[in-house]
Each structure stands twice: as C-alpha cells, then as structure tokens.
Design a protein around this ligand. Structure first.
Ligand code: FMN
Length: 235
C-alpha cells in the first residue's frame, strides 16, 4: 500500500528514472563503445562522495586486444582449475542468515528461470556462470580495485563510485553488469594488467550497448518495497 502510494504521487525526475531502469545486463550488442564516452562516465563518477575525501577507487579499463587477452586468460584458468582460485575477500558469509538466504534463492529462481535453465540443469548453470569470464561478451571490461590497507569505510566509498559509473553509463544508453565472481581470478588479472601489489581486486564490470531483445525479456529482480527496509520516525 505504502509503496503504491509513493509511486502514484511521486513524480520521477530524470535521474530517478535512470536509477529505476538500470539492471544487471548480461547480453550485449557487438558494438564498440567510444573511449571518450567511457572516459566521460569515469569523469562524472569521480564526483562520488567519499569519507574524508580519500577517493579510494582505482579502475583498470580494458577493450580490444587487452580485453581479449584478459578474457582468454581468465577463461583458460576457469576451465583448467576453478578450484585453485579464490577471492581475497569474502563477499557473503558461508551461511547466509534469513531473510537474505530466501532472497538469494529467489534470485536463483528468477534469474535461471529467465534463461530457461532448470534447477537440476547443472551443466547449463555452469555454462552460464562461465559467461562471467568473458564479461558477457561486452566490449568494455572494467576492473575495480582498492588499496588493501584501507578499511571497510573506504569500501563503502568504492561502492558509491561504482554506482555512479553504472548510472552515468545508463544515462548514456550503456548497460552494465557488476561482477564479484571474477575477484577470484585476481592473480590472472594481475598477470595481465599492471596492478600494484597494494591493489585488491574487489569486482569487475561489463559495459556496453545492451541487446534490445533481451531488455524486453530480461528478469525483473524483485525489489523490497520501501516499508520492507525503511522506518520513519517523527514524521
Ligand atoms: C557488487 C555486485 C556484484 C555482483 N556480482 C555479479 C556476478 O558476479 N555475476 C553476475 O552475473 N551478476 C552479478 N551482480 C549482479 C546482481 O546479480 C544483480 O545486481 C542483482 O541480481 C539485482 O538485479 P538488478 O541489478 O538487475 O536489479 C552483482 C551486482 C553487484 C552490485
């Protein structure tokens, strides 16, 4: 009821419409992205708020041959011995408490359902997961790192920067998919890109022009209504 009321009465700004139309896109057109656009997106994203203005973000942007070399190396590592690679940080706890575990299950149902992949189809699920290694065939692949000497606070700042990148991209007609999956291949990434020893690979991002056909069929990930996460006091 509450959220319905908001949606009826709250006229969306252009920025809010962009925020609400962004989604994790895993299907891209084979269309190059002008490097000037990517640089412009990063130029806007750098205005993200950051505690004490420490600006902890680092990003390595790859396209063309550099991206090809990287995805070939990551894909080879994934095919050869995926178990030998692990992230330098834990994204989720080993046992996810409720209500988060239920949301994760729901994500799996909606996501694999949208691809027509059944719960028992282990091979199809694995093949889909492997698409991460190719950045879902997007023309631009970004690697986000943070200085490992920093604390959780700076990880917040990095998240805000990444969100800015996603929204600025969307505003320019580009889609994105942020990926924690590839953080496990940090050694392979390091072997292919000039990362400093202090740089910890937090996540990667696929960026490109989304396939318009997929946009029509894409899964709509369930989002909690406002009353599901906010409480108001003194209003
Ligand atoms: C930090 C972060 C890491 C993510 N990692 C992956 C990933 O490794 N692979 C993937 O396919 N999607 C990944 N996603 C996309 C999420 O699955 C997606 O954002 C979520 O299901 C909500 O859907 P929506 O973005 O379409 O609203 C990630 C998103 C974020 C923000």
């Amino acid at each position: 009821m509450f959220t319905d009321d908001i949606e009826r009465t709250h006229e969306l700004t252009e920025l809010e419409s962009i925020m609400m139309s962004r989604f994790a896109n895993r299907f891209y057109l084979n269309r190059e992205v002008d490097p000037a656009i990517v640089k412009g997106i990063l130029n806007s994203a750098r205005y993200a708020a950051t505690g004490a203005n420490v600006q902890p973000w680092r990003v390595h942007v790859t396209a063309g041959n550099a991206k090809e070399r990287l995805i070939n190396a990551i894909s080879a590592a994934h095919e050869a011995s995926p178990g030998d690679h692990s992230s330098e940080y834990r994204y989720l706890p080993e046992t996810l408490p409720e209500p988060f575990a239920s949301r994760l299950r729901e994500f799996g149902t909606v996501f694999f359902g949208s691809l027509g992949i059944g719960r028992e189809d282990v091979a199809a699920r694995a093949a889909n997961t492997a698409r991460n290694c190719r950045f879902f065939d997007a023309p631009v692949a970004l690697i986000f790192t943070i200085d490992r000497r920093l604390e959780k606070g700076s990880w917040l700042d990095l998240g805000m920067f990444i969100q800015n990148v996603m929204l600025a991209a969307k505003a320019r007609g580009l889609d994105t998919c942020t990926q924690e999956f590839l953080s496990r291949y940090h050694a392979v990434i390091r072997a292919n890109l000039p990362l400093g020893p202090e740089e910890l690979v937090v996540c990667t991002m696929a960026m490109g022009y989304g396939d318009p056909d997929w946009a029509k069929r894409r899964p709509q990930m369930p989002k909690l209504p406002v009353e599901g996460f906010a409480s108001f006091h003194g209003f």
